[in-house]
Design a protein around this ligand. Structure first.
Ligand SMILES: *Cc1c(COP(=O)(O)O)cnc(C)c1O
Length: 399
């Protein structure tokens, strides 16, 4: 009897972090000056997380400002095309247009409790920059957003939004001008300015960020589970999400990790295909190593040098990945697939014309994966996480 309870307990926790480690992945690989800051952040977060008052404050803003719960929409036309039931979790309907706002509201509340007055953030597609600039405006904090020059060029609308919201945009011309370079620049600024709060946008980087981001995004899966139980009276057979750093995916997956019959699928930004240097499919093609403060998979060579990445989706164009997803991959709890730019563009058009919903090009990768895997499964029920809306992508001639 006792043995069973212990075994269950172990099982219940096997995909969670223990002291910042997800199995062998995660950790805190940073210079000493950052380590003390992060340890302090970790302990503040731990104490806030346990308080009902903090949770109520977080939920208050999610409901009244972000517009949660987001709908779980039965996509009948897409379902007819695929031949089985598909529901879309509509994170695209959140204020500012993606799931990123869940995490920025959560983290800015932590920043407020720590007495921070200035926020720094990185952004790829610009969605995290917009969400952070929004939260900073709401709470009257100074805000600096680092963005790669190439990303700024392909996500112009978000650059204008960030400026309008009163944040300072800092373009980085290092490297390829994408998300990795923006993270490097933001981390550099953070190290030099000890009083600044670094508001990290995805489930990456050193402890406690992966745990914290996973916690704030878990609202997605908790809602989706309740909503599907209401609609269908049972759990889904499949979950789909796109994965850049891993935050919208873990947000949806988190509450289903121990539901063994729910299959979990994630779509990586495959770029031109399985060619190192022309892809951003980190879990499909990378290997374990330390990158930007955490031990996880990365797209690197034998010497640990990072390959250039390529994806049509700026939000997926990143050579690192969440340590929790690294664990889910290695333990075979979730499967990770390479979706090419072409497959994503096709899905972008299909969802737009079939459902009247223009998805972010990032989210289109998840739709493409569902189209691929859901053949001959007429009785199955799936949830696709629609992480964001595609307004930012419509002027890019994806037609
Ligand atoms: C940022 C972004 C992503 C990728 O980031 P994750 O942390 O992997 O979720 C996906 N979709 C949209 C709409 C985004 O803005």
């Amino acid at each position: 009897m006792n043995t069973t309870i212990l075994e269950n307990e172990k099982k219940e926790k096997q995909f969670e972090s223990v002291n910042g480690r997800f199995g062998e992945f995660g950790g805190m690989y940073v210079p000493p000056i950052l380590e003390s800051k992060l340890l302090n952040l970790a302990s503040v977060f731990e104490s806030l997380k346990g308080s009902k008052e903090f949770e109520d404050e977080f939920l208050y803003y999610l409901q009244t400002y972000v517009g949660r719960p987001s709908p779980l929409y039965f996509a009948k036309n897409l379902s007819d095309l695929v031949g089985s039931k598909i529901y879309l979790k509509r994170e695209d309907l959140n204020h500012t247009g993606s799931h990123k706002i869940n995490n920025t509201i959560g983290q800015i509340l932590v920043a407020k409790h720590m007495g921070a007055t200035e926020i720094v953030a990185e952004t790829g597609a610009g969605q995290h920059g917009v969400a952070t600039a929004t939260a900073a405006a709401l709470f009257g904090m100074k805000c600096k957003v680092f963005m790669g020059a190439k990303d700024a060029e392909r996500q112009k609308m978000n650059v204008s939004r960030i400026k309008l919201l009163g944040a300072e945009m800092v373009l980085t011309h290092e490297g390829r001008g994408t998300l990795k370079d923006a993270v490097d620049a933001a981390l550099g600024y953070y190290i030099e300015h000890p009083d600044v709060f670094y508001l990290l946008g995805s489930q990456v980087g050193p402890h406690p960020y992966p745990t914290m981001v996973g916690y704030f995004q878990s609202v997605i899966g908790k809602e989706a589970k309740r909503q599907l139980l209401e609609a269908e009276g049972r759990l889904p057979d499949h979950l789909f999400a796109c994965i850049g750093g891993g935050s919208n995916a873990i947000g949806l997956f988190g509450d289903f990790l121990y539901d063994e019959n729910v299959a979990i699928h994630a779509a990586e930004g495959g770029g031109e295909g399985a060619i190192l240097g022309k892809t951003a499919a980190t879990l499909s093609l990378g290997k374990p190593g330390v990158f930007q403060g955490t031990f996880s998979y990365a797209l690197s060579d034998e010497n640990g040098d990072i390959f250039p990445t390529q994806s049509i989706a700026a939000g997926l164009d990143y050579p690192g990945i969440s340590p929790q997803h690294a664990l889910l991959k290695d333990s075979n709890r979730a499967d990770y697939h390479l979706i090419t730019d072409q497959e994503a563009i096709k899905a972008f058009k299909i969802l737009s014309s079939l459902e009247g919903i223009i998805p972010a090009i990032e989210s289109s990768h998840a739709v493409a994966l569902a189209l691929k895997l859901l053949k001959d499964k007429p009785n199955d029920i799936s949830i696709i996480n629609l992480s964001g809306r595609g307004d930012k992508d419509v002027e890019r001639n994806l037609m």
